[in-house]
Design a protein around this ligand. Structure first.
Ligand SMILES: [Zn+2]
Ligand SMILES: [Zn+2]
Length: 325
């Protein structure tokens, strides 16, 4: 099965956490947190349409300037989603530069701050020297972005400050059945992505497609597209190790195909983890196991373990693959 999303951490787990998610067949990518992003190529940066920020500690937000610089001449707006203070943080970053020469640039930065039950939208336009324009608020029901291909959900957790966790849910996945294509004598072509779009949008059965000059109805083509369960990817980081957070995370990431989760401290430094509002790797492994995720990617390790024989990754994986006590 060809996945819809290709997802990778930009840096090593001892460096800033940032997850790059490329959406196949679309020149588009999503970014979860924006730490140091110097390893992303300019062509990757151009594809980023949406950035999801857990919280604005410097290791999760320092790359914002790099991205803005790369996309200044772009038509497609950049959406930034984050915790309640995200609008002030974006505003502060943009105020840190002088913008008298960008009046002709089309770029717009749209910021959506998310709290427990409300989201607020603000816009920053290059033509307006990135002055903040507040657009008002709307109720927040857990979904922050609904696209034809996927839904992004968020929950607010506690890291002494509000900190968001995110999931990407692909409602269903469509594969092209090559045997059925051949049996019908149909060529591969752009019509296949049109067919996928119509199926995703639940289009009417009498929708027609022109293929090599002939007309076909959606009904005739339905078995060319195999519909299967979609992927779920979750991203959780910088979370205080308390019961309420842990319960919420397990429910939120349940049955993920991949969970990216912090494992900042080793269990032997549990006290330090509590003081710094982080998880230990053992708890990360337990969360992934309890939530029945298929694959755990442990990330965001304290640099102090860089030369350890047992890393937070080893500890998290050991707990993840153990049977529940
Ligand atoms: Zn952090
Ligand atoms: Zn933090």
């Amino acid at each position: 099965m060809k996945p819809t999303f290709i997802h990778n951490l930009v840096n090593s787990p001892f460096e800033d956490p940032t997850l790059f998610v490329r959406i196949m067949h679309e020149k588009r990518a999503l970014l979860f947190d924006i730490g140091n992003i110097n390893r992303l190529q300019p062509r990757d940066l151009q594809k980023i349409t949406d950035v999801f920020i857990t919280h604005t500690h410097i290791d999760h937000f320092i790359g914002f300037d790099t991205l803005v610089r790369a996309i200044l001449r772009r038509d497609t707006p950049l959406w930034v989603y984050g915790p309640p203070n995200i609008t002030e943080c974006v505003e502060g970053k943009l105020r840190g530069y002088t913008w008298n020469l960008i009046k002709e640039y089309p770029i717009r930065i749209e910021v959506c701050s998310v709290s427990d039950n409300k989201k607020n939208i603000s816009s920053f336009l290059a033509e307006n020297k990135f002055q903040r324009i507040d657009r008002g608020s709307a109720p927040f029901d857990g979904t922050i972005l609904k696209d034809l291909l996927f839904t992004i959900k968020a929950i607010q957790l506690d890291h002494q400050i509000p900190c968001l966790a995110f999931s990407i849910d692909e409602e269903f996945h469509i594969n092209i059945n090559k045997a059925s294509l051949e049996a019908k004598g149909l060529p591969v072509g752009p019509w296949l992505s049109d067919l996928k779009k119509v199926i995703r949008a639940n289009g009417p059965a009498n929708t027609h497609f022109v293929i090599s000059g002939k007309l076909y109805s959606l009904e005739e083509l339905r078995d060319v597209a195999q519909v299967t369960k979609g992927q779920k990817i979750s991203y959780v980081t910088d979370i205080a190790m308390n019961d309420s957070n842990i319960r919420k995370i397990i429910a939120f990431v349940r049955n993920s195909d991949t969970l990216y989760c912090e494992a900042y401290f080793l269990e032997e430094d549990r006290e330090r983890a509590l003081e710094r509002f982080h998880l230990t790797a053992k708890v990360t492994g337990m969360i992934a196991r309890e939530a029945r995720v298929k694959r755990l990617v442990a990330m965001h390790f304290s640099p102090k373990y860089r030369h350890n024989r047992e890393t937070p990754e080893d500890e998290a994986m050991k707990e993840f693959s153990s049977s529940p006590s």
